[in-house]
Design a protein around this ligand. Structure first.
Ligand code: FCB
Length: 497
C-alpha cells in the first residue's frame, strides 16, 4: 500500500542495505510500498465519553473500581481527540505518515444492542475523509478492548450471544465506511481481552474466572471469524485481518526439562492459542491440556473451528518484549502492581517465573530485546503466515520511557529513539530474510491512557501535556518521520533530528 505521503527511495526493487541517502550515511532500505504508520485506540485517546450518544464501555466502569487504574485515572478526557481530531490528522500529515491505525468505539456506534447511532458513525466518517484527503490510509480496528457495558451486563465475552452483537456492529461500521476504508482488523490482542480481562482481572471487566476467560477467548475467535465472513460478503473488497500480541520465551536452562516445559506452556497460552485456531483451525494441545488440568475448556460447537479458520488477508503482530523463564525462580507478582487483588492471567500456567537479563528496560520494566523481534517475525512467517500465504504487518511496537520536557519545551527521548532504531533494524532483517512483511505501525502516535497504568506511562512519539492538551513531537517523532518519508533507516545514527 503506497500513499501519496510516503516517498520511497530511488528505485530499489526489494529491501536492501546500501548507501542511498544523498549526502547521508549508509542506510537500510525498505521495499517500495512498505507501509509506515502510527497506531492509537479509541478509549486511549478520544475522551468525550458521554458525548455524541456514546454509552459506557467496560473501561468506563472499570476505571471507577477503586485501585484498578493507577492514580484513579480515567479515559474521560484522555487526549481529547474526539474534539481535536483535525489537529491530530494534521500532525500525522506533518510527520509524513502513510497510514493511521485507529479503533472505533463500539458503544459510540451501537450504544445499546440493536441500536445504531448515526452521530458516532459520522465522527469516524469525518476522520476517514480527513485522513484520505491527506493521503493517509485509514487502518480500522473494530475492537480494541472497549466492550459496551450493556453487553458485559449480559455476560460479556464469556457469553456466546456477544458473537452476533459483534457481527452486527462490524456490519454497521462497514456499511458506513466500507466505501473508503479498505484495511480492516476485527480484534486487537484478543489475549488481553480474554485473559487480562476475565482471568487476571488487570483489565476490564476485571473478572477472575478461568472458565469465563477461556470461553471469552473462544467467543472472541468466533466473533472474529463470523465478522470476517460478513465483511467479505459485503463485496467491497475489504481486506480483513486479526492483530495478536506475541512474545518470545526462552528457557533459563536449555538443558532443563522443567524450563522447556514452562516455555512450551507460555508459548502455547500466548502465541499459539490464537494463531493455531485462526491459521490451522485447532487449539494447541498444550493449551487444551493446561486448561483441562485446571478444569476448564473452550466451549467449542460443531462448525466453530471452520468459521474461526476463515482465510485472512493479513495478520498483525504486536511486539514489545520477551522473557527468559525458569521453573526454579520465585513466582512474579501479578502486574501492574495492583491496588486490588488480581490473579495470574495465563490460565493453566501456574505462576509466571522470569529471570531478568542484563539489558536495558523500558519504563514498563520490559526488557528491550530487538533480536527476539526478528526471531519472532521469522517464526510467525515459517509456522503460520508463510505457508498460509497471509501477509504480515507489525501493527504495534514501541516503548514507554519517563520523558522529560526541556526548559525550551522540547522533548528529547534518546531511549525511545534507540528502541525504535533497534526494532526497525529487526524488521528490516526479517524483510531481507524473506518474511512476507509489508508494514510497521509505531505505538503510539500520542502519549495516552495506558490502561491500568493510567497516564503514568508514555508511549507516544508525540508528547501530550494532559493539562493543556498541547502536542509536542519528541525527537523520536522526527526520527520516525524521516524513516516513514524516505523508507530508509540510516544505520549510523546520523539522522537523529
Ligand atoms: C498493547 C495494546 C495497546 C497499548 C500497548 C502498550 O498491548 O494493544 O493499546 O496499551 O500495548
Amino acid at each position: 500500500m503506497t500513499s501519496t505521503m510516503t516517498t520511497t527511495p530511488t528505485t530499489p526493487t526489494s529491501a536492501s542495505s546500501s548507501s542511498p541517502e544523498p549526502g547521508g550515511g549508509p542506510g537500510l532500505v525498505f521495499p517500495p510500498g512498505f507501509v509506515w504508520g502510527a497506531a492509537t485506540a479509541a478509549y486511549q485517546i478520544e475522551g468525550g465519553v458521554d458525548e455524541g450518544g456514546r454509552t459506557p464501555s467496560i473501561w468506563d466502569t472499570f476505571c471507577r473500581v477503586p485501585g484498578a487504574v493507577a492514580a484513579g485515572d480515567t479515559g474521560d478526557v484522555a487526549c481529547d481527540h474526539y474534539h481535536r481530531w483535525q489537529q491530530d490528522v494534521d500532525l500525522m500529515a506533518s510527520l509524513g505518515l502513510g497510514a493511521y491505525r485507529f479503533s472505533t468505539a463500539w458503544s459510540r456506534i451501537c450504544p445499546e444492542p440493536g441500536v445504531v447511532n448515526r452521530q458516532g458513525l459520522d465522527f469516524y466518517s469525518r476522520l476517514v475523509d480527513a485522513l484520505l484527503e491527506r493521503g493517509i490510509t485509514p487502518w480500522l480496528t473494530l475492537y480494541h478492548w472497549d466492550l459496551p457495558q450493556a453487553l458485559e451486563d449480559r455476560g460479556g465475552w464469556a457469553s456466546r450471544d456477544v458473537v452476533d452483537h459483534f457481527v452486527e456492529y462490524a456490519t454497521v461500521v462497514h456499511d458506513a465506511l466500507g466505501d473508503r476504508v479498505t484495511r480492516w482488523t476485527t480484534l486487537n490482542e484478543p489475549w488481553c481481552s480474554a485473559f487480562l480481562g476475565y482471568a487476571g482481572g488487570q483489565h476490564a471487566p476485571g473478572r477472575q474466572e478461568p472458565q469465563a476467560a477461556v470461553s471469552a477467548a473462544h467467543h472472541l475467535l468466533l466473533a472474529h471469524g463470523h465478522a470476517t465472513r460478513a465483511l467479505r460478503a459485503a463485496g467491497t473488497g475489504a481486506e480483513v485481518g486479526l492483530t495478536v500480541n506475541l512474545s518470545v520465551y526462552d528457557p533459563a536452562d536449555p538443558g532443563s526439562d522443567a524450563d522447556q516445559a514452562l516455555v512450551d506452556r507460555h508459548d502455547a497460552l500466548l502465541n499459539r492459542v490464537f494463531l493455531d485456531p485462526v491459521i490451522h483451525g485447532r487449539y494447541p494441545q498444550t493449551a487444551l491440556d493446561a486448561w483441562a488440568a485446571v478444569g476448564v475448556a473452550p466451549p467449542v460447537r460443531d462448525g466453530d473451528m471452520d468459521v474461526i479458520a476463515t482465510p485472512l488477508d493479513m495478520i498483525g503482530v504486536n511486539y514489545y518484549t520477551s522473557s527468559l523463564v525458569s521453573a526454579e525462580t520465585s513466582p512474579e507478582p501479578p502486574t501492574p502492581p495492583p491496588g486490588r487483588t488480581t490473579a495470574q492471567p495465563m490460565v493453566g500456567v501456574g505462576q509466571v517465573r522470569t529471570v531478568p537479563r542484563d539489558v536495558p528496560r523500558t519504563a514498563m520494566g520490559w526488557e528491550v530485546q530487538p533480536d527476539d523481534f526478528a526471531r519472532l517475525l521469522r517464526r510467525v512467517h515459517a509456522d503460520w503466515t508463510g505457508p498460509a500465504g497471509v501477509p504480515l504487518y507489525v501493527t504495534e511496537n514501541g516503548a514507554a520511557f519517563d520523558d522529560a520536557v526541556g526548559a525550551d519545551g522540547s522533548v528529547d527521548d534518546p531511549e525511545r529513539v534507540a528502541y525504535l532504531r533497534g526494532h526497525l533494524r529487526a524488521v528490516h532483517q526479517a524483510v531481507t530474510g524473506g518474511v512476507d512483511l509489508h508494514g510497521y505501525f509505531v505505538w503510539s502516535l500520542l502519549d495516552n491512557f495506558e490502561w491500568a497504568y493510567g497516564y503514568a506511562k508514555r508511549f507516544g512519539i508525540v508528547h501530550v501535556d494532559f493539562d493543556t492538551q498541547r502536542r509536542t513531537p519528541k525527537t523520536s517523532a522526527r526520527v520516525y518521520s524521516r524513516v516513514a518519508s524516505t523508507s530508509i533507516l540510516d544505520v549510523d545514527g546520523t539522522v537523529t533530528q
